[in-house]
Design a protein around this ligand. Structure first.
Ligand SMILES: NC(=O)c1ccc[n+]([C@@H]2O[C@H](COP(=O)([O-])OP(=O)(O)OC[C@H]3O[C@@H](n4cnc5c(N)ncnc54)[C@H](OP(=O)(O)O)[C@@H]3O)[C@@H](O)[C@H]2O)c1
Length: 312
């Protein structure tokens, strides 16, 4: 017996525990397992999101955060089938490494150069995909159902990992013209060379003028994120009807979105992309394509919901 056992006789505590236990989902010995691997991982919204869906649909499953050190990442992936995991999401800093380690990858993941979703196949092999492109498009369509990629000029700011997924998505959707600008111009040139499409790279200093005639502007840089400076972008030349999309989701309303909203442009925040990119993984592991509703976002976001829901 431990000190604790001594201090809490059976019966007394059981009654006290009853209400919270009743509100917990049922996780049986046969529960399906999935999770998210990253380093660090404590900030991730994914466990809250997936477990909210599991509770909502009454699915016997659990989604756990897996904080894995870089030296253990490859071993952790190999262990997934042995531990009975159906799969995992992969986040910073492992998306590119994961592509090299899975046995199969979807063509889109190869073109993007990164894997964010892994499914354990029946034979125990790992199949990698990238759902960021899907998440970006679904979020945009949710917010602006009339949007079409081929209807006009798109300006993409940034050429990092997220930009790759977004450029692939836009090209596959038939974008007519993409203007790509990145602080490090060579990175924009590399991206344009890797993803064949109607991409024109421009110097970072020309970003203000590049907005002329745009139908959609997407910030994929980390500028505007909490603890980062805001994106310095003069919106004067942006047409009034152009959609402004910021994939940064902390805060939910970035300085760019606040400025665009103040001049009346339709705005799309990054949280919806994060939620939509999670759906294909959930469907593969738990057998149901989950829906995105205001209620769900409210549960995941708590107090920040009102700010976010006023965006579009
Ligand atoms: N909503 C979602 O679901 C979602 C999904 C993925 C990512 N994100 C967010 O998107 C952002 C980018 O993520 P990532 O994975 O693409 O990161 P990344 O690969 O590290 O790329 C960062 C990008 O930001 C640019 N940048 C950073 N500091 C800058 C500065 N001071 N001035 C100008 N440009 C600067 C970089 O330019 P250089 O090439 O010159 O360094 C690069 O283009 C993050 O805030 C992330 O949280 C959101």
């Amino acid at each position: 017996m431990t000190d604790n056992d001594d201090a809490t006789p059976m019966g007394a505590d059981t009654a006290a525990l009853e209400p919270p236990l009743k509100s917990l989902p049922t996780i049986s010995g046969a529960a399906r397992l999935a999770g998210v691997i990253g380093w660090p991982i404590a900030h991730s919204l994914s466990p809250r999101l997936h477990n909210t869906w599991l509770r909502h649909y009454g699915i016997d499953g659990v989604y756990v955060p897996l904080e894995i050190r870089p030296e253990n990442f490859a071993d952790a992936l190999v262990a997934l089938p042995k531990l009975g995991f159906r799969g995992v999401n992969v986040t910073f800093p492992y998306k590119e490494t994961a592509l090299a380690l899975v046995q199969k990858a979807t063509p889109a993941a190869r073109r993007i150069g990164a894997v964010n979703t892994i499914v354990v196949a029946l034979d125990g092999s790992l199949i990698g995909s990238n759902t960021d492109a899907f998440g970006f498009l679904e979020n945009l369509r949710d917010a602006k159902p009339s949007w079409r990629a081929d209807s006009g000029r798109v300006v993409v700011l940034g050429a990092g990992g997220a930009a790759r997924a977004i450029i692939v998505a836009l090209c596959d959707e038939g974008a007519a013209e993409i203007r790509l600008l990145n602080r490090t111009h060579a990175r924009a040139l590399n991206l344009a060379a890797d993803v064949h499409g109607p991409i024109c790279t421009l110097p970072w200093k020309d970003r203000h003028q590049a907005l002329a005639g745009a139908e959609l502007v997407v910030n994929t840089t980390s500028l505007g994120m909490r603890h980062q400076p805001p994106l310095d972008l003069d919106l004067s030349l942006l047409p009034p009807g152009a959609i402004v999309c910021d994939i940064v989701y902390v805060p939910t309303v970035t300085p760019l979105l606040a400025a665009a909203r103040a001049r009346g442009n339709p705005c799309v925040g990054g949280l919806g992309m994060l939620i939509h990119q999670a759906r294909p993984g959930f469907a593969a592991w738990f057998g149901r394509m989950p829906e995105v509703s205001d209620d769900l976002v409210r549960q995941v976001l708590g107090d920040q919901f009102d700010e976010c829901s006023s965006l579009v």
